[in-house]
Every structure is written in structure tokens, then in C-alpha cells.
Write a protein that binds this ligand. Structure first.
Ligand SMILES: NC(=O)c1ccc[n+]([C@@H]2O[C@H](COP(=O)([O-])OP(=O)(O)OC[C@H]3O[C@@H](n4cnc5c(N)ncnc54)[C@H](O)[C@@H]3O)[C@@H](O)[C@H]2O)c1
Length: 364
């Protein structure tokens, strides 16, 4: 039976991020509704929607250790390696096989096990059958063709999109137009973690600007041991990831750094780190009297739960847009929740904009 307050979500890619999200929805299921604040989220309730209103109704993957299994089980299948912080019961949703297209890279060929005998389903048809309302794209970085396939399925079946990866959809005017034509909202691109490398680097860049320090050069190097990092060993897949992460920091500066003076990117895969991501940031600048200043920072986080709370809030904002019949790109949620939105704002401004959006004082 469909409950009116249900938010019906389909997942594309049942990897570590999906695991943290599904675990999180279970973790907060019985949270005290009267408490305005819960750890890891913007608000306990958003526009009347509780965390437990999120219902997973469909899931797509290509790995034979996940396809055909209940989502509650598949999230704990290899090669997923993120921290288990919550038991998840069977959810009554079997993971279905999507088309592989360019989802598997040379570097992940041995990590993602594809069984050619399992035939892909018609994703648009499943989305219609399951009455999915929002699809979350958690494909590996560089999945350009696969992303286009799933986004077309959204448009065909009338499903909104939250694009967690750096293939540009919500920041591309052609795709935005397509969502407007179908009266569907879209949030994207490339989810920004709660306290991750991007938000920390952006905040420090803004701090330098606000305190009158001239930033001369900077780098951000990231290492991790999950399949996201394994996939990103393939340099050709990284083009848009690099743009997304670099622009996110550049957008906070008064004067852009030349390409030579800024380097941001994933740098290596270290298997034993598993889902732990370690980030190294260096910033070199000049303060009063052009006296040099150097900042070095090391941040260590469990990668996947870091973006799951952001997604829980993004899902509820997307549902509000569906309720309010707002179509096209949601500028405020995209600016606050995503690294590469169509329009960049300071994070404090973007947060205010999302609060106004939630209260209904701002259309998008
Ligand atoms: N961890 C974060 O906080 C964060 C932040 C920003 C962006 N992202 C992005 O989110 C995405 C997901 O990250 P992850 O850590 O869950 O990755 P992951 O490697 O754990 O999961 C990817 C999943 O996609 C599946 N897959 C591959 N091709 C497919 C296809 N054609 N159809 C359906 N499924 C397919 C794989 O089998 C795997 O289960 C990545 O692109 C990552 O860069 C993550």
C-alpha cells in the first residue's frame, strides 16, 4: 500500500554510498520526532517529512553478488567495504540488473563481477511499475553513457533525479530544459560530503579571502581504498571529477588561481584504507606585508557515510519540489548539497537559501 507521506526512491549503483544511505534510513527510523536536531542531518523533519518516510522501491546494479538479492542484503556484499553501523532487515526490494555500458572501468574489471547471463531489465519500465518518484545516481565516476541511459529512463517514466556523481546533468542547460519539459525537478551534480575535503577546502579558501590573505597556490590530494578510488585510477574517467572539485574551490576565491597553481584530485588507491579517505590540503599565501603563510591539513574520514546525511536531506527537498510541482533544476538545494551546481554560492548563503526553500519562501 502506498502511504501519502512515502518518498519512493530508486537507487542506481548499490555501492558503498548506497549502503550508508540505506543503513542511515534504518538507523534513524525510530528517532524521536519531537527533537528538532539529530546528528548528521540538517533537520530531523523537513517540510513535514521524516527520515523514515524514505522508502526504497527499486535498485539497480550490475555486480552478480548484488543482482537478484534483497537490497538489505546486497548493501553488505563485496566489494562494498564501508562501515556497518546498522543492521538492515530484508527490505522486499530485489536489486535488478541495469545495462553495464561504461559503468565498469579497466581498473574495476576484477572488482565488479558481471555475469553476462544475467540480462538487463528495462529501467524505465521498472521505475513506472514500482511508482518510483526520485532516482539517485550513484554510478562510478566517468559513467557518462550509463548516466545518460538512467537519466533518459527518469525522463521517460516521470521520475525526479538526484545526481550524486560528476557527470554534468543538473549543471547542463540542455538537460535542465529536458527536466523542465517533463515537469520534473533535478538536484546535482556530485554530492558534497558533510565534512569532507571539498567543504573544508572551500571554507579555508573563503577564510583566506575574508581575512585578506592572498592565496598563491594550493593542492588537495586524496587517497582511499574503496572501489570509488580504484575506479578513479583510470585518469580518463576523471575529467569531470577534477572540474567539479576544482571549481568548487575556485568559486570561493576573489581571483581565480591559474591552472598551474591549483591541483585538486584523487591521487591513489591504497587497498587497506578501505572506505577510509585521507585528504591532504596545502595552501600557500601572503598576508600583511606580503609575508608568506602556509597551511597544511590532513583530514581522515569514513567516505560513504559522509555524504549519506546530505542525501537524506536532498531527497526530502526533492520531494518538496514534487509536491509543489516545481520543475527544472533546484538551485538552492543543488548549491548547498552538491559540489558542481549550476550556480555556486558561499556555503552559508546556500544554507540560508535551502532553509527559505524548505519554508516555501523561495521557489527553487
Ligand atoms: N563518498 C562520497 O561521499 C561521495 C561524494 C561525492 C560523489 N560520490 C560519488 O558517488 C558515486 C558512488 O560512490 P560509491 O562509493 O558508492 O561507489 P562504489 O564503487 O562503491 O559503487 C558503485 C556501484 O555502481 C555499480 N555499477 C557499475 N556500473 C553500473 C551500471 N551500469 N548500472 C548499475 N550499477 C552499476 C557497481 O557495481 C557498484 O556497486 C561515485 O561516483 C562517487 O565518486 C561519492
Amino acid at each position: 500500500m502506498i502511504n501519502l507521506s512515502d518518498i519512493r526512491v530508486a537507487l542506481v549503483g548499490v555501492g558503498n554510498c548506497a549502503s550508508s544511505l540505506v543503513q542511515g534510513v534504518e538507523y534513524y527510523r525510530d528517532v524521536d520526532e519531537s527533537s528538532p536536531v539529530v546528528s548528521g542531518l540538517m533537520h530531523n523533519i523537513i517540510g513535514g517529512y521524516k527520515i523514515s518516510d524514505i522508502k526504497f522501491v527499486a535498485a539497480f546494479d550490475i555486480d552478480k553478488r548484488k543482482v537478484g538479492y534483497d537490497l538489505g542484503k546486497a548493501i553488505f556484499s563485496e566489494p562494498n567495504c564501508t562501515k556497518k553501523f546498522q543492521d538492515v532487515p530484508e527490505l522486499g526490494v530485489d536489486v535488478q540488473k541495469g545495462p553495464v555500458l561504461d559503468g565498469v572501468a579497466e581498473t574495476t574489471m576484477d572488482a565488479f563481477l558481471v555475469d553476462g547471463k544475467q540480462k538487463p531489465v528495462d529501467v524505465a519500465e521498472i521505475l513506472r511499475e514500482t511508482k518510483a518518484e526520485i532516482l539517485i545516481n550513484y554510478l562510478p565516476v566517468g559513467s557518462e553513457r550509463a548516466t545518460r541511459y538512467y537519466v533518459d529512463a527518469c525522463l521517460e517514466s516521470g521520475v525526479a533525479l538526484i545526481n550524486a556523481i560528476p557527470v554534468f546533468i543538473a549543471s547542463d542547460s540542455e538537460w535542465i530544459k529536458k527536466f523542465e519539459e517533463k515537469n520534473l525537478p533535478v538536484i546535482g551534480d556530485d554530492v558534497k560530503s558533510q565534512v569532507g575535503a571539498t567543504i573544508v577546502h572551500r571554507t579555508l579558501a573563503k577564510l583566506f579571502v575574508d581575512r585578506g590573505v592572498k592565496l598563491d597556490r594550493s593542492y588537495q590530494l586524496n587517497v582511499g581504498g574503496n572501489t570509488d578510488f580504484l575506479n578513479m585510477l583510470k585518469r580518463e574517467r576523471l575529467k569531470s571529477k577534477k572540474i567539479s572539485k576544482t571549481e568548487s574551490v575556485q568559486s570561493q576565491l576573489r581571483n581565480r588561481l591559474s591552472d598551474y597553481n591549483i591541483h585538486i584530485g584523487p591521487s591513489d588507491h591504497i587497498p587497506w584504507l578501505e572506505d577510509n579517505k585521507v585528504c591532504f590540503i596545502r595552501m600557500e599565501g601572503r598576508k600583511f606585508g606580503d609575508v608568506p603563510l602556509t597551511l597544511e591539513l590532513r583530514l581522515s574520514v569514513e567516505d560513504s557515510p559522509n555524504s549519506a546525511g546530505i542525501m537524506v536531506d536532498a531527497i526530502r527537498c526533492c520531494k518538496l519540489a514534487l509536491d509543489r510541482k516545481i520543475s527544472g533544476v533546484l538551485t538552492s538545494p543543488s548549491a548547498y548539497f552538491m559540489k558542481h551546481p549550476p550556480e555556486q554560492y558561499r556555503d552559508s548563503t546556500a544554507k540560508e537559501m535551502v532553509e527559505e526553500f524548505i519554508r516555501g519562501e523561495r521557489e527553487r
